[in-house]
Design a protein around this ligand. Structure first.
Ligand code: HEM
Length: 534
């Protein structure tokens, strides 16, 4: 089974240092009698000079000097575990992917949860989005579903990702503030990029201070595609729903825990698995046939700042994920795992979602700088199926490939491309027409409607929490321009919310609701039917 294959692969690289026969050796295998005293010119009553000759001493220090690698440029802080993905119902009507059609399979997975903005040592319970990244080791290769616990994103086009992350990470002149989003640059960008409005309301809600990784939903966010045996394509969004339900901390708790127990979430995950309380999620797909792409006048289905309403496109719950084994060692497993949205298997494809297209480039690229070009050879990243091609060399290459040809085509016919009947990945032959330009589709300009839907969907106490979170955040913006504009933006979404926040912070109270969508002629508050106040 794939499970057996992954376990065997990992155990081939695993050493259990509790065995009584082990003795300290150098890295080149020679046993050492003393690892506590540097080789010196010394006597019992005289400390003399240390000798450069001490290869063991030098090796120990030099290995230590190089222990750190660059942390992830985002999502640096995380925790992870192994588990099992079980398909309960086949989706063969929409995809040919074995992992989503073969109900007899149980696919090994590794999941890494993370915060986005804090550095590797930052506390767990900050207000932030959480990463929910799943690597499926399938028979047809690795499928990485790199998601978050919030179903939408701040921006629509990958070219703005460096900007949104620069604005959200600590400010460049002083690296303040760490791990929290409460600062001028972040809120400056939230105003200047109106497409971020929907997501920042989610980020100000209780979703951004989860009680536990085990109690978070997960979302693929971007629109992917599924292709079935007949070659028909559908659009798809991926969902994870925790069987424990969605639960959050309250802000005061979260702040206290940050100080008292900064490892709160990673400890909770580790201990629950250690104690056999295995966290579980249902896996769901929202599927839309290609023919319905333009059926939705209020949003573009390729816009990552929008959800697909579940009443119009219901979720099919077809699988189950269980996390049931802790890593043996953090660094080689959790730190060195490398997710790439570009890792998909036959039957799953991409869409023209301009955020996804950029992500597909970015992850692979960043792994080269974080881990090196041979990162796929690391035990945690290795697929369970055979890997063979004519890629070669690079730093720290492990694989030794026999045979005279390292190119294709070659006179031996060695390692040819696979045929469709042999399970080859086939790129969907999509029809494309258009002009080459830096443009976005008109529907990408409708920023308020779903932001309002989200805010209006909250209960009164949840709305109170959003107002309190916003007042905490905006109170930390000493730049009045940032603060004043943000209160106007809140009034675009909900006047009462804006007035409440302004009152709490003690700033000018906005009087006017619902400006049109950032000055553009698009659907704003006036078109939205607001639910009756209860
Ligand atoms: C991590 C880029 C949007 C979820 C990362 C990393 C990069 C990156 C460079 C670090 C990877 C590493 O060093 O291993 C981007 C770009 C985006 C984008 C360019 C938009 C254009 C998103 C979105 C989501 C997301 C929309 C959620 C759906 C994650 C997660 C990780 C991550 C979960 C952590 C993976 C792990 O646990 O190792 N992203 N990202 N990102 N990203 Fe994104």
């Amino acid at each position: 089974t794939e499970h057996g294959a992954k376990v065997a692969q990992l155990s081939a690289c695993t050493k259990d240092n509790t065995h009584p026969d082990w003795r300290i050796t150098t890295d080149y295998g020679v046993k050492q009698s003393n690892t506590d005293e540097w080789l010196k010119v010394a006597s019992e009553d005289h400390v003399g000079p240390a000798l450069l000759e001490d290869a063991h001493g030098r090796e120990k220090i030099m290995r230590f000097d190089h222990e750190r690698i660059p942390e992830r440029v985002v999502h640096a802080r995380g925790a992870g575990a192994f588990g099992t993905f079980k398909l309960l119902e086949s989706a063969a009507d929409v995809t040919s992917a074995g992992v989503l059609t073969d109900t007899s399979r149980s696919t090994p997975v590794f999941v890494r949860f993370s915060t986005v903005l804090g550095s590797r040592g930052s506390p767990d319970t900050v207000r932030d989005v959480r990463g929910f990244a799943v690597k499926f080791y399938t028979e047809e290769g690795n499928w990485d579903l790199v998601g978050n616990n919030i179903p939408v994103f701040f921006i629509q086009d990958a070219i703005k990702f460096p900007d949104v992350i620069h604005a959200a990470k600590p400010e460049p002149q002083n690296e303040i503030p760490q791990a929290q989003s409460a600062h001028n640059n972040f809120w400056d960008f939230m105003y200047m990029a109106p497409e971020a409005t929907h997501m920042f309301l989610w980020a100000m809600s209780d979703r951004a201070i989860p009680r536990s990784y085990r109690m978070m939903e997960g979302f693929g966010v971007n629109t992917f595609t599924l292709i079935n045996e007949k070659g028909e394509r559908s659009f798809v969004k991926f969902h994870w729903k925790p069987t424990l339900g969605v639960h959050s901390l309250v802000w005061d708790e979260a702040i206290k825990i940050n100080g008292a127990d900064p490892d709160f979430h990673r400890k909770d995950l580790f201990m629950s698995i250690e104690n056999g309380a295995y966290p579980k999620w249902r896996f769901g797909i929202q599927v839309l046939p290609e023919s319905r792409e333009h059926d939705f006048p209020d949003f573009d289905i390729l816009d990552a700042t929008k959800i697909w309403p579940e009443d119009e496109i219901p979720i099919r719950w077809i699988g189950e994920l269980e996390l049931n084994r802790n890593p043996d060692e953090y660094f080689p497993e959790v730190e060195q795992i490398a997710f790439c949205t570009s890792h998909v298997v036959p039957g799953i494809g991409f869409s023209d979602d301009p955020l996804l297209q950029g992500r597909n480039f970015s992850y692979f690229d960043t792994q080269i700088s974080r881990l090196g070009v041979n990162f796929q050879e690391l035990p945690i990243n290795r697929p369970v199926c055979p890997v063979m091609n004519h890629n070669r060399d690079g730093k720290l290459r492990h694989t030794i490939t026999k045979g005279p040809a390292n190119y294709w085509p070659n006179r031996f016919g060695a390692v040819p491309p696979a045929k469709p009947s042999e399970g080859a990945y086939i790129d969907y032959p999509a029809k494309i027409a258009g002009i080459k330009a830096r443009l976005r589709s008109k529907k990408f300009g409708y920023h308020w409607n779903q932001a309002q839907l989200f805010y209006n969907s909250l209960t009164e106490i949840e709305k109170e929490h959003v107002a309190a979170a916003l007042s905490f955040e905006l109170d930390h913006c000493e730049d009045n321009v940032v603060y004043d504009r943000m209160c106007e933006r809140l009034a675009d979404i909900d006047l009462a919310l804006a007035q409440k926040v302004a009152t709490m912070v003690g700033g000018p109270i906005p009087q006017q609701a619902g400006r049109p969508n950032h000055g553009k002629k698009t659907r704003g508050i006036s078109q939205l039917e607001k639910p009756a106040e209860t």
